[in-house]
Design a binder for this molecule. Structure first.
Ligand SMILES: [Fe+2]
Length: 113
């Protein structure tokens, strides 16, 4: 569910919010490419998380005597990679978007209520 919501959130950013910043600010051109690339990497990571999670579920169902710690440990690395990407992306967004919103205001980007 969280991964689905993240996917929807990125679709809104890619299709609605980022283009507004791109149209209004020359300074945001590099930022747009960076954030869209972040989204691409995050979505690849979501695919890996999903397939590796499904593998673990299948393995746990098929092999009752398997070492659970070993199995979960391998998934932990996949999850850590996802966490690092997502946190770095959130920092990228804060670093790139917040200064522009602070400088011009939400209304300038059509983001006001
Ligand atoms: Fe994002």
């Amino acid at each position: 569910m969280m991964l689905h919501n993240l996917d929807s959130h990125h679709a809104v950013e890619d299709n609605y919010i980022f283009p507004k910043f791109h149209q209004k600010s020359e300074k945001f051109r590099y930022g747009l490419e960076l954030l869209e690339n972040d989204h691409h990497l995050i979505h690849q990571s979501i695919d890996i998380l999903t397939s590796e999670g499904n593998k673990i579920i299948r393995t746990l169902n098929e092999k009752k005597d398997i070492d659970h710690k070993l199995l979960i440990g391998s998934y932990s690395k996949v999850n850590d990679n996802f966490d690092k990407l997502l946190i770095a992306h959130l920092h990228d967004e804060e670093d790139l978007l917040i200064p522009l919103v602070s400088e011009y205001g939400e209304e300038y980007f059509g983001l006001g209520h």
